[in-house]
Structures are given as structure tokens and as C-alpha cells.
Design a protein around this ligand. Structure first.
Ligand SMILES: NC(=O)c1ccc[n+]([C@@H]2O[C@H](COP(=O)([O-])OP(=O)(O)OC[C@H]3O[C@@H](n4cnc5c(N)ncnc54)[C@H](OP(=O)(O)O)[C@@H]3O)[C@@H](O)[C@H]2O)c1
Length: 259
């Protein structure tokens, strides 16, 4: 049992729903003080309220990860409300699906701005506060899509998710002297509110392509992020954890069926 997260101050971006909400709840249950961040402040407040009602400690703020000003304010709010800033889960991301031949420059830029520049700005804003803390953990939410796999309609998304890992590998070098680690979680298909709306048939088909025969839960992702945030994971930096039920392993449909 890892207990070293207790009382640590964590920011989770993109925490009003989906994987970010799951990460926020997992960290809160482990005793961390959580700042729930999303552009929709009301939705973020609702998540924080739910955590507080369950006995955890959380508050919320509205911020856009593509805005340097918002990211600086977000970090300052964590300090003001929770006394320190120890952990950043840079999770906010978008994934509109458009084939390359129809993709506009605006859509390309918006995906890269949220998924990649958002990592840069949130990490940069949190860095001075983490340097001042005796603790520093940064966990990026990347994806299997891009770093490992491809999916039609996601050239921009795949590029952004791979680029996050390039960013991580240099940031972890720069931050090592401060004792700050930078790692990434790579979720496979994870059951979020948006995915559930696609219907049971779709979910069943997707689950069938996973060796463990189920989709990931947001808690599966939260638990991996939590491990990387512990004191015990302090010698791990610049690394990725894939959480996909083995989805990327079978080399063919036959391999999956044989098993
Ligand atoms: N779901 C999956 O199967 C899956 C698989 C692999 C990787 N991922 C990654 O996991 C992360 C979360 O995905 P999800 O499926 O949980 O998405 P989601 O359910 O659509 O939630 C996205 C969250 O990000 C926030 N967000 C979006 N743009 C933002 C911005 N500019 N500034 C601040 N917050 C912003 C959203 O709130 P607002 O709109 O209110 O800002 C929301 O809280 C993403 O990085 C995604 O690439 C997901």
C-alpha cells in the first residue's frame, strides 16, 4: 500500500469528466488535496463537490490549458488554497476525428494547442512552485494512439500524443536536478461518458479487441498515475506506463483468437 500521497497538493487538468475526473477521484481517495481544472467551471465545481461529499479535499477552477495567463493563475490558486503544489496531472486533451484530406489548419492547430502546448504551459506554470516544494511529480496523459498505434482521423491527435513523449524526455532531464520526475500514462480505449454514448454494440466490439476482454476504466488510469506520483516511484522518470488491457500486444486477429 502506497501512502505517501497523503496531504500532497495535486492539480488535475481536464478533470470535469472522463479520465481526468477519475484521476482526481483516485488521488482524493488516497488523501491528496485536489484542484479540479477545466474550462467549464460549473462542471469542475460539481466534481470537486462530489469529492468533498465523499470525505475528500478538493476545489475547482476554470482555466484553459492553452492560455499562459490561465495556467499561471491555476498554479497560484493551488498554492493559495492548498498551501503547496506537489503534483501535476496534465491530462486535458481533445480528439476530434477528421481524415487528413478534410482537415483544416484551424482543427490541426487547436488539437496541438490543447494536447501539446497545454502540457508546456501547465508544466511551465507549475515548475517554480514544485521547485519550492520538497516534492515534484508530473504525470502527462498521452495515449497508445500516436506513440504506439494509429487510427484513421487522428493524424493531428496521434502527432500530439507522440510529441508529448518527446517533451517528457527532455523535461525530465531538465527537472531531475530539482528532484522532479516527469512520466506519462498511455491509456488504451477507456470507458468515459463520451464513449458510453456510442452504444453497447460499439463497446462490445472494442472490448473484443482487448486481450483482457474489457475496456479500461478511469480508475485504471488513475491508479497508474497515482503510482507514478508516489514517493516510492521517485526513481522513475522519463517513462511511460501503457494501461490498455494488452490491446497493443496481439500481432494479428488470429493471435488474439488463438488465445
Ligand atoms: N478516453 C480514452 O479512451 C482515451 C484514450 C487514450 C488517451 N486519452 C487521453 O486522456 C485525456 C482525457 O481524455 P477523456 O477521454 O477523458 O476526455 P473527455 O472526457 O472529453 O474530457 C476532457 C477534459 O478535458 C477538458 N479540456 C478540454 N480542453 C481543455 C482546455 N483547453 N483547457 C482545459 N481543459 C480542457 C474538458 O473540460 P472542458 O471542455 O470544460 O474544458 C474535460 O474535462 C486526453 O488527454 C486524451 O487524449 C483518452
Amino acid at each position: 500500500m502506497f501512502t505517501s500521497i497523503n496531504d500532497r497538493s495535486v492539480i488535475v487538468t481536464g478533470a470535469s469528466k472522463g479520465i481526468g475526473k477519475g484521476i482526481a477521484e483516485v488521488f482524493a481517495r488516497a488523501g491528496a488535496k485536489v484542484l479540479v481544472v477545466a474550462r467549464n467551471g460549473d462542471a469542475a465545481e460539481e466534481v470537486a463537490r462530489g469529492i468533498n461529499n465523499d470525505g475528500g479535499i478538493a476545489s475547482a477552477t476554470s482555466a484553459d490549458v492553452t492560455s499562459e495567463e490561465d495556467m499561471k493563475e491555476m498554479a497560484a490558486i493551488a498554492i493559495e488554497r492548498h498551501g503547496s503544489l506537489d503534483i501535476l496531472c496534465a491530462n486535458a486533451g481533445i480528439y476530434p476525428q477528421t481524415k487528413l484530406e478534410d482537415m483544416t489548419v484551424e482543427e490541426w492547430d487547436s488539437v496541438l494547442a490543447t494536447n501539446l502546448k497545454g502540457n508546456f504551459l501547465s508544466v511551465k506554470a507549475c515548475l517554480p512552485h514544485m521547485k519550492a516544494s520538497d516534492y515534484g511529480r508530473i504525470i502527462l496523459t498521452s495515449s497508445i494512439t500516436g506513440p504506439v498505434t494509429g487510427f484513421p482521423g487522428w493524424t493531428h491527435y496521434g502527432a500530439s500524443k507522440s510529441a508529448q513523449l518527446g517533451f517528457m524526455r527532455t523535461a525530465c532531464m531538465e527537472f531531475a536536478k530539482f528532484g522532479i520526475t516527469v512520466n506519462a500514462v498511455l491509456p488504451g480505449n477507456t470507458l468515459t461518458e463520451g464513449l458510453m454514448e456510442l452504444g453497447q454494440d460499439y463497446l462490445d466490439t472494442m472490448a473484443a479487441s482487448v486481450p483482457l476482454k474489457r475496456l479500461g476504466t478511469v480508475e485504471d488510469i488513475g491508479n497508474a498515475a497515482l503510482f507514478l506520483a508516489t514517493k516510492e516511484a521517485g526513481y522513475i522518470t522519463g517513462q511511460t506506463i501503457t494501461i490498455d488491457g494488452g490491446q497493443i500486444i496481439p500481432e494479428s486477429l488470429e493471435a488474439l483468437q488463438e488465445a
